[in-house]
Design a protein around this ligand. Structure first.
Ligand SMILES: C[S@@+](CC[C@H](N)C(=O)[O-])C[C@H]1O[C@@H](n2cnc3c(N)ncnc32)[C@H](O)[C@@H]1O
Length: 250
């Protein structure tokens, strides 16, 4: 069941404004303005609206996935209950895609480093540029860097983070082990170990279920795993098909 995923283009900007934004964001970008279409995401708690550019065609990092909305809206719900929940927090996002979770956290006052594969960064940086003023007005900050899961030499590991977030990143078998390595590495290296918030859509193919079961079994070896019940999530952005977990290093 997909509640929020929207894959049809709507609300297209004029070609001129898309052209300008694509050129400003990344001179060597392969982004073509005609391929892009925006999606607006309201952050009710601070009355800001993020504009997220998606691509008409491309890899999995070109659209907003439901699990990212569930996690972004959970962070917003937490900030509603505790206004300084993200203020000044150093947050790292893995597999950020278009950046919905990281940009939401930054708009709620966090200092966010969003990461993904190198080929995903131009569109992610376009979305940072598009929302930079809103983020800055709330005291937040967002940058995008490459982090390939399992790359233990990444400079990212030398930094301290308070929180790690990731949405819909457990979807192919070859990535399970490298992703676990990265999560362990990030939570081993620091005196103050970051808390991890993770959402995952549980898809109904046998292969997807197997991948999730394998991942879940392994995380329970290394982390205390708390399943956040739906009633604690955003009232409109939650789904029985999407799990939200909080992980703390054992
Ligand atoms: C299903 S998408 C989810 C994107 C975004 N978190 C969302 O929910 O909208 C999975 C993301 O993981 C990234 N990814 C896949 N394999 C990766 C790897 N080995 N290292 C880093 N990122 C990876 C993809 O580029 C993509 O952005």
């Amino acid at each position: 069941m997909k509640l929020f995923l929207e894959i049809n283009p709507f609300g297209k900007l004029s070609n001129n404004s898309l052209n300008n934004i694509a050129q400003m964001s990344h001179r060597r970008s392969s982004l073509q303005p005609n391929d892009l279409y925006p999606r607006e995401i309201d952050i009710e708690v601070c009355l800001k609206t993020l504009k997220i550019y998606q691509k008409l065609e491309g890899d999995v990092n070109c659209v907003v996935w439901d699990a990212s909305l569930v996690l972004a809206k959970y962070l917003e719900t937490m900030c509603h209950q505790k206004p300084d929940f993200l203020s000044g927090m150093k947050v790292l996002e893995l597999g950020a895609g278009l950046g919905v979770v990281g940009l939401t956290a930054a708009t709620l006052g966090a200092q966010v480093t969003m990461t993904d594969l190198p080929e995903a960064l131009s569109l992610l940086r376009l979305n940072i540029a598009e929302n930079k003023a809103k983020i800055g007005s709330m005291g937040g900050y967002a940058i995008a860097e490459s982090l390939v899961w399992g790359d233990n030499n990444s400079e990212i590991h030398k930094q301290d983070f308070d929180m790690v977030v990731l949405a819909d990143c457990v979807y192919y078998e070859e990535a399970v082990e490298p992703l676990l390595q990265t999560l362990q590495r990030l939570t081993n290296a620091f005196s103050q170990r970051p808390v991890i918030y993770l959402t995952q859509e549980i898809r109904d193919t046998e292969m997807q279920k197997k991948i999730w079961d394998t991942f879940y079994e392994k995380i329970t070896d290394f982390f205390y795993v708390e399943k956040i019940p739906e009633e604690q999530q955003h009232c409109n952005y939650r789904s029985a098909d999407i799990v939200l977990l909080k992980l703390i290093k054992k």
